[in-house]
Design a binder for this molecule. Structure first.
Ligand SMILES: *[C@@H]1O[C@H](CO)[C@@H](O)[C@H](O)[C@H]1NC(C)=O
Ligand SMILES: *[C@@H]1O[C@H](CO)[C@@H](O)[C@H](O)[C@H]1NC(C)=O
Ligand SMILES: *[C@@H]1O[C@H](CO)[C@@H](O)[C@H](O)[C@H]1NC(C)=O
Ligand SMILES: *[C@@H]1O[C@H](CO)[C@@H](O)[C@H](O)[C@H]1NC(C)=O
Ligand SMILES: *[C@@H]1O[C@H](CO)[C@@H](O)[C@H](O)[C@H]1NC(C)=O
Length: 304
């Protein structure tokens, strides 16, 4: 994510109106199911790649409403929690508390020793942002979501209905036959376009093996870690992601049996207000995802 955001779109009143409008009456749900895994395990992008960012749009329109999962698209998102708001007001924290993506495994395999809601640090050229929240989402649901949403902009838009504009997966075709849930997304590149605050940009998330950055997956069961999503990120849509910017999302079971969702972002290039904007964005999308993912998963888990 670079300082210079190349494609800047301004949220116009007409876009806001489009996002706020509900589905056309009676056309919001198609009973036509998607391919099930047992019929055909080939995952293909819903539509061909579109490079022209002027054609990306927020919300659903036209035939989007016939997607079988469109009833889960809900732009009425809950506000950020008091904890996240406080963490962001307190930030930035001392840079000495920051750590690198390569050091993250040591921190993310332990419980946080203090609250970690919405905090961010700036250390040299890296901004790290951290958050944790209680969640009803299980590791299985979360890993499934990261495979399933990549290949369709309308799936990706469910997650953050007023900020996510576009998603396309490279490679275009992937065989999910006999793949574990993490294997459905690790190695792929997610070409996305989303608003962070008032700026939209093209980003690539290249999902990598957690081991590649120091996690020991064999120890996850004993550490209560149910899902560990690691993405190597950069701006623009590229298949050769370089640099040291990462995102990490974790579902961890705590001693009391409840689950927490922890997120970290490590950005090499950032603007002064990006900690705040990324914090709001991540807090909104993660708590929103938790409102519908258990039901979406129950209904669509066997589809490609
Ligand atoms: C499986 O689905 C893919 C993608 O939709 C399609 O290209 C392929 O022809 C299908 N295979 C069979 C055997 O139906
Ligand atoms: C991108 O789409 C816009 C809107 O339709 C169009 O005006 C523009 O010419 C397109 N740009 C390219 C490079 O195709
Ligand atoms: C999955 O593995 C089983 C057993 O090895 C095999 O019979 C089946 O063809 C595989 N399915 C796919 C889609 O690769
Ligand atoms: C990874 O975790 C397993 C299970 O706890 C342990 O046996 C193994 O020694 C660990 N590997 C490393 C490199 O720490
Ligand atoms: C990576 O991709 C970018 C954009 O397509 C290109 O400019 C650059 O040369 C590529 N780098 C390598 C090492 O292939």
């Amino acid at each position: 994510m670079k300082l210079q955001l190349t494609s800047v779109l301004i949220l116009t009143p007409s876009v806001l109106a489009q996002v706020a409008s509900g589905p056309p009456s009676g056309e919001h749900y198609s009973p036509i199911p998607l391919n099930t895994l047992s019929e055909n395990s080939t995952s293909v992008n819903a539509v061909p790649y579109q490079a022209n960012a002027s054609l990306y749009y927020l919300g659903y329109k036209g035939d989007d409403w016939t997607r079988p999962f469109s009833k889960y698209w809900n732009p009425l998102m809950k506000p950020i929690t008091d904890e996240v708001q406080k963490g962001m007001t307190e930030s930035p924290y001392a840079s000495r508390l920051a750590y690198t993506p390569q050091e993250a495994a040591g921190y993310l395999t332990r419980s946080g020793n203090s609250h970690e809601y919405g905090q961010w640090h700036v250390e040299k050229s890296t901004m790290s942002w951290r958050s944790a929240d209680r969640t009803l989402v299980t590791g299985e649901m979360y890993d499934w979501w990261f495979g399933w949403h990549l290949a369709d902009p309308q799936r990706y838009k469910l997650w953050h209905p007023v900020a996510h504009q576009y998603a396309w997966r490279y490679p275009n075709v992937a065989d999910w036959g006999n793949k574990t849930l993490p294997q459905r997304y690790i190695g792929s590149h997610s070409f996305i376009n989303e608003f962070i605050g008032n700026f939209a940009s093209k980003l690539t998330v290249n999902f990598v093996e957690p081991e590649s950055i120091g996690f020991n997956t064999s120890a996850f069961a004993s550490q209560g870690i149910e899902a560990m999503v690691v993405g190597h990120i950069t701006n623009e849509h590229v298949t050769n992601v370089t640099g040291n910017s990462y995102l990490m999302h974790q579902i961890r079971r705590k001693d009391d049996g409840s689950r927490e969702l922890r997120s970290r972002f490590f950005l090499e290039q950032f603007t002064e207000d990006q900690g705040h904007q990324l914090g709001v964005h991540c807090a909104l999308e993660m708590s929103h995802l938790a409102t519908f993912l258990p039901k979406l998963y129950a209904e669509f888990k066997d589809t490609v």
